[in-house]
Design a protein around this ligand. Structure first.
Ligand code: MN
Length: 423
């Protein structure tokens, strides 16, 4: 596939011209092009094992031909994404949907694609076949100690599976909460959750981190135990030094200032992970950058500024795409998301942080805004394409994916009706 990608790159007659133009223009603005390109090459985003097939809504699911039906095939699909972009170098597994029957064989298969295992995700938001106790009324928060113990044991098990693959972190997302007023005690469910998280943490290997994800509503519609970043931060702080908050872009009420949240978490040294997607109304899980690209840029501005001046000792951030694909080819959708992430990152890298700081100190509101717009309105696509080219990946991943007829060959190999495990 590497050779086919190189052949496709040779046929691209526009890239060199547009890269030269961009380089000339940005050099005159004192941008360190080579540094930006190196940062773009180094940026890696994890692909979740559940995003490789068609997603669905509670109203229905429309399958996509050639979906991966085994963990090995899912890893092969991430391998395709990584070969085309050079920036999808890890996979994030969801347990129990993706329990490896032979961890070392799976590890080897991933290594053959240059892929490592990112955070493992536990699942106590649905019941599995043959499960002793039900999570219908919550898991780590449940009033019944036996349910909590089962959910804690599941998280310990997920960590063990992650260890066998070389993962170094676990992401805990809970659906726990209530759907009607009075149904549950806010304080007791929070207290149970805090204690359960401490229990999981206590058996975590010392080089592991725990990421605590929050969400304001859904599937419960009245209250969620870990509803917001403040609750997550509070729980992370009392759980331990290696517990962090995970921000999922879709897990906020409309108009929330997510860049402000990111900045506050970095200030406290507690930002651990990041789930990319986009939304119009709620947790829509749409393609990254498809609805609010300016918001994504403003978030990257805080991430770039915060991580360059990481005085509070935030860990290297775990980046992942957490989206669902209902009407597009899942692989094309992920290619679009990866592109949007790299574009926003590149734009943020162009911001003159020193100039912005001076304008802020001098209360020059117009200059502050102009500095951001200068970066946001720059066409950075040639820089992102150049980074991919130098990484041995495709200058234009979607065109190459289509030219190489990758979906067609997956359908030939796996059939029209194969179905990915997951939601
Ligand atoms: Mn998420």
């Amino acid at each position: 596939m590497k050779d086919q990608i190189q052949n496709a790159n040779h046929k691209n007659l526009i890239h060199t011209d547009s890269f030269d133009y961009t380089t000339n223009m940005l050099s005159k603005k004192n941008v360190q092009i080579e540094k930006v390109i190196t940062q773009l090459i180094d940026f890696q985003v994890a692909i979740p094992s559940w995003a490789l097939g068609a997603g669905g809504t509670r109203f229905g699911r429309f399958g996509y031909g050639g979906e991966p039906s085994t963990l090995g095939e899912k890893i092969d699909d991430v391998g395709i994404l990584h070969a085309l972009t050079g920036s999808a170098g890890s996979i994030s597994l969801h347990i129990p949907w993706d329990i490896p029957s032979d961890p070392s064989a799976i590890k080897e298969r991933a290594a053959s694609h240059g892929i490592i295992f990112d955070a493992v995700n536990s699942n106590t938001f649905q019941d599995q076949k043959g499960q002793r106790k039900s999570y219908k009324y919550g898991s780590l928060c449940n009033e019944d100690a036996a349910v909590r113990e089962q959910a804690i044991a599941h998280n310990h098990e997920v960590i063990k599976i992650g260890e066998s693959l070389g993962s170094k972190s676990i992401t805990v997302w809970l659906a726990d909460g209530s759907t009607f007023p009075g149904q549950a005690s806010f304080r007791r469910t929070l207290d149970h959750t805090a204690n359960s998280l401490k229990n999981i943490y206590s058996e975590m290997p010392t080089d592991w981190r725990m990421f605590i994800e929050y969400k304001p509503y859904e599937p419960n519609f009245y209250h969620t135990v870990i509803q917001d970043w403040g609750t997550s931060l509070m729980l992370a702080t009392e759980t331990g030094d290696r517990a962090h908050t995970l921000v999922d872009l879709g897990h906020h009420l409309p108009n929330t200032n997510i860049e402000n949240i990111v900045s506050t978490l970095i200030y406290k040294g507690r930002l651990g992970g990041f789930h990319f997607n986009d939304s119009k109304y709620g947790d829509d899980d749409l393609t990254v950058g498809s609805i609010k690209p300016y918001q994504l840029f403003l978030i990257f501005n805080e991430l770039v500024a915060g991580m360059e001046n990481n005085t509070a000792d935030n860990p290297p951030l775990a980046w992942m795409i957490d989206a669902s694909h209902n009407v597009k080819d899942p692989l094309e959708d992920l290619l679009q998301s990866l592109d949007a992430i790299l574009i926003s990152y590149a734009q943020a890298l162009l911001i003159d942080q020193e100039k912005l700081k001076n304008a802020q100190i001098n209360h020059d509101v117009v200059a502050c805004q102009e500095i951001l717009h200068e970066a946001y309105r720059t066409d950075v696509r040639p820089l992102v394409a150049e980074a991919r080219k130098r990484a041995g990946a495709a200058i234009n991943p979607i065109d190459t994916y289509r030219d190489l007829k990758i979906r067609e060959s997956l359908i030939l190999k796996r059939g029209q009706h194969s179905q990915a495990t997951g939601l």
